[in-house]
Design a protein around this ligand. Structure first.
Ligand SMILES: Cc1cc2nc3c(=O)[nH]c(=O)nc-3n(C[C@H](O)[C@H](O)[C@H](O)COP(=O)(O)OP(=O)(O)OC[C@H]3O[C@@H](n4cnc5c(N)ncnc54)[C@H](O)[C@@H]3O)c2cc1C
Length: 520
């Protein structure tokens, strides 16, 4: 389905300068301020005086284009009347100009260089882009598109009454806006879905570009020891204010309370970008599926685990610095800090595992075993440490002396899991079987997941528009020309640490560049 069929349009200078003219079936108000003669009087002598300076490097029409867009940056609508007004005074084909037809099929009929025609067409018909969704990707796309092409009219349609609401709450209100990627050796570890696409698009706009972009636009950033990047102000409003200021400066139109679910609502636009974010239940993807796009079944990612075992949840508030969690019988595992909560398990290790295992967990209705390795020591080292403790601290009671640096309550709990009612024995009383049981619990402590976290606090959606349905270099739909996708609506999602926002910046920038290069 084509986005829009361009009606044929012939514009004469006279028409363009009239108070109203029909431009693509849309009434266009021409500013009265600059009439043809007034403009000629003001602009032509200046242009003629200045043009020779840059004559060597730029063709005349390009030079005019730059001068006029700069001149009219604050009032892009004026380009409608200004350009047709100035061009005839330079153009050798004045007569032809008066009959200039803006439809590309007609270009053979007029005696104009094609470059000139396409340049002129952009002015007579002001190009318009609609962005569906006023979130991270939508704003980044809008602002970059306006920076790359100030004369493009950009409109954001947001279904809610506020924009950028996820950015506001992200990172605990601080917005973990990207990551230094210093600890990332393989993109698969941070983008369980879409790592190949991200690798490709990082050639265009990567985390260093994002870092530089924010700093250049007045948002200083800091990189934490864990490589997560936040605004130096430690406040997500630094990012929000940056976007809103730039959007205002570039005259991006923002419509709130406008839920778009069909391209019919946007007949008037030349380009459409869908940046509607994740849709865990898939309802926001139905209309895109109806257009023929393949949808990867959306399921939640980045959530905590409910564990029914009350003896574990009694340890709520306990944090273990380095653990490895895994789904037994699979290769799915993740490492990092683990937090025991009153409903089960949380923390970076669990969130990462929920991302890697998002599909499997959804398939099994979040009822699977999870196994925890409580220490980073190797199996053989664990055994050696236990034997050494039995020798050196033989008279101490097991629960009171903890050679692995685990939180005391957790250690005592793990001893009851290993030795049941014998958990209070002294170290020298341990037998070979006891040592094996302790090693087993430390390395492979298994619990039953009984559901997703109580607060259903999933942060991102796994799944969305299949990458098979988009051109990987431009993110343009393979089915609907001039329809683009950016952000979480795509089947790309990352683990915690700023990777999801980075995907939003990278894909949005790619779409902005792709739209501009379509016109150049
Ligand atoms: C609580 C929380 C904390 C997070 N913290 C982080 C973090 O610190 N770091 C990180 O990298 N990621 C974080 N994320 C993930 C990150 O917020 C998202 O990946 C990112 O916002 C995706 O950007 P987006 O623009 O694609 O989608 P969104 O930001 O979700 O924006 C989509 C917008 O589109 C609108 N919309 C949807 N459908 C329509 C429609 N039909 N018509 C019009 N408008 C529509 C929505 O209302 C929304 O405003 C967090 C997520 C959550 C929920």
């Amino acid at each position: 389905m084509a986005l829009r069929t361009r009606p044929r349009l012939s514009l004469s200078v006279k028409q363009v300068l009239s108070d109203r003219c029909e431009c693509f079936c849309r009434p266009l108000k021409i500013r009265k301020a600059l009439s043809f003669s007034l403009f000629q009087r003001l602009f032509t002598p200046v242009s003629k005086a200045l043009y020779p300076c840059s004559k060597g490097s730029l063709p005349l029409y390009q030079w005019l284009f730059l001068s006029v867009t700069r001149f009219l940056n604050e009032e892009p609508k004026m380009t409608y009347c200004v350009l047709p007004a100035i061009v005839p005074s330079f153009c050798p084909h004045r007569k032809g100009f008066a009959e200039l037809t803006c439809h590309s099929e007609m270009k053979r009929k007029v005696n104009f260089p094609f470059a000139f025609l396409s340049f002129f067409r952009n002015f007579v018909h002001q190009m318009k882009t609609a962005i569906i969704g006023g979130g991270a990707a939508g704003f980044f796309l809008a602002v970059n598109l306006k920076e790359m092409m100030p004369e493009m009219e950009v409109t954001i349609f947001e279904r809610a009454q506020r924009v950028l609401s996820k950015v506001e709450v992200s990172g605990g209100g601080r917005c973990n806006c990207t990551n230094s990627f210093e600890d990332v050796t393989d993109l698969r570890m941070v983008y369980p879905r879409g790592h190949r696409l991200m690798k490709r698009l990082f050639n265009v706009f990567d985390y260093q570009s994002a870092f530089a972009w924010f700093e250049h636009h007045g948002v200083p950033l800091i990189t934490q020891d864990d490589q997560c990047v936040f605004p130096a102000a430690q406040d997500s409003h630094a990012i929000i204010n940056c976007f809103l200021t730039l959007a205002r400066r570039h005259q991006v139109r923002i419509y709130l309370g406008r839920k778009i679910q069909s391209l019919d609502d946007l007949q008037d636009y030349d380009f459409i970008a869908v940046t509607t974010g994740g849709s865990p239940k898939g309802e926001g993807l139905r209309w895109l599926a109806d257009l023929g796009h393949e949808i990867e079944q959306p399921v939640p990612s980045l959530f905590t685990f409910q564990v029914a075992d009350k003896s574990l949840t009694a340890l709520m508030g306990t944090v273990v610095g380095q653990t490895t969690v895994m789904i037994p019988g699979t290769k799915l595992h993740a490492s990092g800090p683990l937090l025991i909560t009153h409903w089960g398990m949380s923390g970076p290790a669990i969130l990462k595992l929920s991302s890697y295992a998002a599909r499997l967990l959804a398939e099994k209705e979040y009822k699977l075993p999870v196994s925890v390795r409580w220490t980073t020591a190797r199996d053989s080292d664990i055994e050696n440490i236990l034997h050494e403790t039995m020798r050196v601290h033989s008279s101490k009671q097991l629960p009171t002396f903890n050679p692995f640096g685990l939180p005391q309550r957790l250690w005592a709990f793990l001893m009851t899991r290993s030795l049941a009612d014998r958990w209070e024995v002294r170290w020298h009383e341990l037998g070979k079987k006891d040592v094996n049981r302790i090693v087993n619990v430390l390395c492979n402590d298994t619990y039953q997941i009984s559901g997703r976290g109580t607060f259903k606090d999933e942060f991102v959606t796994c799944g969305g528009i299949s990458l098979k349905s988009v051109n990987p270099s431009t993110l343009e739909s393979k089915l609907v020309p001039r329809l683009f996708f950016a952000g979480e609506v795509l089947d790309v999602d990352g683990v915690t640490g700023g990777f999801n926002f980075q995907a939003a910046w990278t894909t949005a920038y790619t779409v902005a560049s792709a739209i501009v290069s379509k016109l150049s």
